[in-house]
Design a protein around this ligand. Structure first.
Ligand SMILES: Nc1ncnc2c1ncn2[C@@H]1O[C@H](COP(=O)(O)OP(=O)(O)O)[C@@H](O)[C@H]1O
Ligand SMILES: [Mg+2]
Length: 248
């Protein structure tokens, strides 16, 4: 196991607004959170509640309008362009629709994010290792269309790990998969958390997925409306039972 437990994340009254014409919509509304390094957190809430926007803010894909984001000891919301780009490279992202490049092989998709950087042979070796770690050894030369949805998501996860992230953000990573395949993707994420030492924040609508996380955070209209510790030091079966009764 990697000695680093994954990034700690702290948001303080984080706000993101969108303006369309005269309308102003607060997608993320004063969200304050503290996420412990190495935890796996489910982000839930109805469609439009701000899950994706919050993930984008934490990954610095979008900028907050107000409030602060601190990851480990770095105040991300205060970073200038160059430092912000470096921060972004160290965050892993996984999306519901995989976002693989259809014309590239599986191996090249995994290498793609580091392609501008020198050291192609090293990258290829690392990409092969990661593909083996996600259970895709032997499929390096396949094209995405030749893989199942679950396999494509495994490629996307391997790609997200290329930058050795200590923080992985997953936006409904099992949303396009049947429940058995989705459970396997979560198994993989939990296993990678152990082996690589990562904090994982994942948006999900699925109770079976959320129930296996360490913590559940629910958003409603951009606000934090519920925050439940699912570990709590109690019997896991009891935790699961309680979680299975959660409204999602
Ligand atoms: N780029 C954008 N421009 C305008 N409104 C947006 C944009 N992105 C998201 N929104 C709005 O912000 C709110 C939160 O969206 P989102 O974060 O995608 O929610 P969720 O992921 O929970 O479905 C929604 O009302 C959505 O329509
Ligand atoms: Mg979303």
């Amino acid at each position: 196991m990697d000695p680093t437990p994954g990034s700690t994340v702290r948001t303080d009254r984080l706000v993101r607004e969108f303006r369309t014409g005269a309308e102003r919509l607060t997608a993320v509304d004063e969200v304050s959170l503290e996420i412990a390094g190495g935890s796996v957190v489910a982000l839930t809430g109805p469609s439009g509640s701000g899950k994706s926007t919050l993930l984008h803010l934490i990954g610095a894909i979008e900028r907050a309008d107000r409030g602060s984001l601190t990851v480990d000891d770095v105040e991300v919301t205060a970073l200038r362009r160059g430092a912000l780009a470096r921060y972004r490279q160290r965050v892993g992202f996984v999306f519901q629709r995989y976002h693989l490049l259809p014309a590239l092989t599986v191996l090249d998709n995994v290498i793609a994010p580091v392609l501008p950087l020198p050291g192609r042979a090293d990258h290829a070796a690392r990409a092969r290792e990661l593909l083996a770690a996600v259970g895709l050894e032997g499929r390096e030369r396949a094209l995405p269309a030749q893989l199942s949805g679950g396999q494509q998501q495994r490629v996307a996860i391997a790609r997200a790990l290329m930058g050795r992230p200590r923080l992985l953000l997953a936006d409904e990573p099992t949303g396009n998969l049947d429940s058995a395949t989705g459970a396997q993707i979560l198994d993989l994420l939990l296993d990678l958390r152990e082996r690589h030492g990562m904090t994982i924040l994942l948006a999900t609508h699925e109770r079976a997925i959320a129930a296996r996380c360490d913590r559940l955070i629910r958003l409603g209209d951009g606000r934090l409306v519920e925050d439940i510790d699912l570990t709590d030091g109690e019997d896991p079966a009891e935790t699961f039972d309680r979680a299975s009764r959660l409204r999602l």
